[in-house]
Design a protein around this ligand. Structure first.
Ligand code: ATP
Ligand code: MG
Length: 563
């Protein structure tokens, strides 16, 4: 289907966000010959986080909707902080989220020569000069919002001298910081970004891609528009903080008539409560061992959410629900959890696992006997089949499902009370045993043989249902219970240091008892532990010999969700 035909689809237009509306109108005007090319341009200086996922869903989503293309471009113009590990993780995360970039991944550093040549052109046009001032001098002479900047004493250098000095900068004849190249625009501009911005700086560092070939590195504003232009990007989508940079983006491209000129469009970045998203802060959490790694399940990184067990489809749904706007707001973390539950309810394999076991002896059940029940693997998926669940005289239930002296309206197990064991029988508590500290050691029950399968037709009301495992066949598994990493909605707001708001109890590890079918799980599989929550078989560590599960999210909304 062509883009023109797509446009006839009124639904697409109705649901379009403001950026998509711009694109629809551009296609109608046959701007860029109707082509749509976007890009996702991460700086490889950290792992991707949920905010990046928003940008990914937006850029790749637009390419999909308008039969266009989306490039992956590593914005690797800073040699110091960039790393191959980050590049690999970024590629893996994008693929996991379900998107494919056009052709090979691109690197800003592959355009260094072309950018350099254009800088030489700019100098020849009398529109750039080499400045010998120190970084501090340049900063001070830039002025403020209320005060104009002051011209550099080097601003009127001749074109010849500028060309010669710029070549020397490239050839490594100066130290870091000794000289910069600046665009010659307007020191009196009300937009500070236009006050002769620096476009090249010297840095004698080894670059992950270009090695020691360059000691001259382009600044973001100069580089980014050129990268977009070289790649034929039609719509360069970025976050709001670049709005004031757009005049500069356009100014650079306007100096070169022969260059394709993409349109920069800004949208509001994602902010999420109880979370931080700055890569600098995330790196601090990793380096100082507040978490185990970038992909620790408590991290808001894409790889962390993946290990946590949040399905990629849930992240895409989340990004679609939060929408794309021009004004910033903070999204409730509960919405992400809501999207996760919706998806997991559809796909998760059901199993019974007891996290905090206490033994129940069924005194009227024959000793040495075992019987089996069928339990559906996923009631939401009729093709998921069943598994066989063994039952015998001794079982484990959850310690919190029993109370010696319960309040009224307590529907779980208590002396004299009857409950349903999921998939199995009704049991009634007849007695219990406590240890010297008063802790329940064992519970004694009788079962009703007529309630096989977990129901009777005598109209008996049994409100409570417990999950359980057969003590004879249950297997121990490691379960990592994760909670939020921060206790404050806006970490660091009160003291200024986000580390002050770290939740000291964000991880606890327990040995739980699981029904044996859990062993048939596969790494990365989603589970619902009945009545407990959603869990995933850790996709990196789970094997048949190492049964480790990460808690994704509880079953119920713990806080208000706007639906
Ligand atoms: P940080 O400030 O944490 O280093 P960044 O914005 O510098 O993040 P980049 O690698 O430059 O990180 O980001 C790649 C793309 O992702 C950019 O287009 C950026 O606008 C977008 N992006 C980053 N953070 C968010 C966010 N919170 N919401 C939406 N888009 C984002
Ligand atoms: Mg950036």
């Amino acid at each position: 289907m062509s883009n023109q035909e797509d446009l006839n689809n009124e639904k697409l237009e109705e649901k379009a966000n403001f950026i998509e509306k711009i694109i629809i109108s551009d296609i109608e005007k046959n701007k860029n010959n109707g082509a749509v090319v976007t890009r996702f341009p991460p700086e490889p200086n950290g792992y991707l986080h949920i905010g990046h996922a928003k940008s990914i869903c937006l850029n790749f989503g637009i390419a999909q909707k308008f039969s266009g293309k989306c490039n992956l471009r590593f914005d690797d113009t800073n040699p110091v902080k960039e790393d191959l590990e980050y590049i690999k993780s970024i590629e893996e995360d994008i693929k996991w989220l379900g998107f494919t970039w056009d052709g090979e991944a691109r690197y800003a550093s592959n355009y260094f020569q072309k950018m350099f040549d254009l800088a030489v052109e700019l100098i020849k046009k009398g529109l750039a000069y080499v400045d010998d001032q120190t970084a501090d001098e340049i900063r001070i002479s830039r002025g403020t919002l209320t005060e104009k900047g002051k011209d550099s004493p080097f601003r009127e250098r001749s074109i010849e001298e500028n060309l010669e000095l710029f070549l020397k900068m490239k050839n490594g004849e100066f130290e870091n910081g000794e000289k910069v190249l600046r665009a010659k625009i307007d020191m009196g501009s009300p937009n500070i970004n236009l006050r002769d911005p620096i476009i090249y700086r010297i840095s004698h560092e080894t670059h992950h891609n270009t090695g020691d070939q360059w000691c001259l590195y382009p600044m973001y504003d100069w580089a980014h528009g050129l990268e977009d232009s070289f790649e034929g990007i039609t719509h360069s989508i970025c976050t709001l903080e670049f709005e004031d940079h757009r005049p500069l983006y356009d100014w650079f491209l306007n100096q070169f008539e022969e260059l394709h000129h993409p349109q920069q469009i800004e949208f509001a970045r994602l902010n999420l409560n109880y979370t931080i998203m700055s890569k600098r802060k995330l790196l601090k959490l990793v380096q100082d061992n507040y978490v185990a790694s970038w992909d620790d399940p408590r991290m808001p990184t894409v790889s962390g959410l993946r290990r946590r067990g949040i399905p990629a489809a849930a992240i895409r749904e989340f990004c679609s629900r939060i929408g794309v706007a021009k004004t910033e707001g903070t999204v409730d973390y509960a919405l992400l959890e809501y999207c996760a539950r919706e998806e997991l309810n559809r796909v998760a394999t059901r199993r019974m696992v007891v996290l905090d076991p206490v033994k129940v002896v069924i005194t009227n059940y024959p000793e040495g006997e075992t019987e089996f029940f069928d339990g559906e693997n996923n009631p939401e998926d009729e093709n998921s089949g069943t598994r066989s669940i063994s039952f015998s005289r001794e079982i484990y239930i959850e310690r919190e499902d029993f109370m010696i002296d319960p309040p009224r309206k307590y529907f779980r197990l208590a002396p004299g009370k009857e409950i349903r064991l999921k998939h199995a029988y009704y049991i009634t508590c007849t007695d219990y045993k406590v240890d010297s500290e008063g802790r329940v050691e064992e519970i004694y029950c009788t079962y009703d043989p007529l309630s096989r399968g977990g129901w009777t037709d005598d109209g008996r009301k049994v409100k409570g249902t417990s999950h359980w495992v057969d003590a004879n066949s249950a297997i121990p598994v490691e379960v990592r219970l994760y909670d939020r990493l921060f206790v404050a909605e806006n970490p660091g707001k009160v003291t200024g240091d986000f580390l002050d708001d770290i939740n000291p109890d964000s991880l606890s590890v327990v040995t739980a008892y699981a029904e044996p079918a859990i062993k048939d799980g596969t790494a990365g599989e989603f589970f619902q532990f009945l009545r407990v929550g959603y869990f995933t078989a850790d996709y990196k560590e789970f094997t048949a010999g190492n049964l480790v599960f990460n808690k994704t999210v509880g079953l119920k909304d713990t806080f208000k969700v706007q639906r």
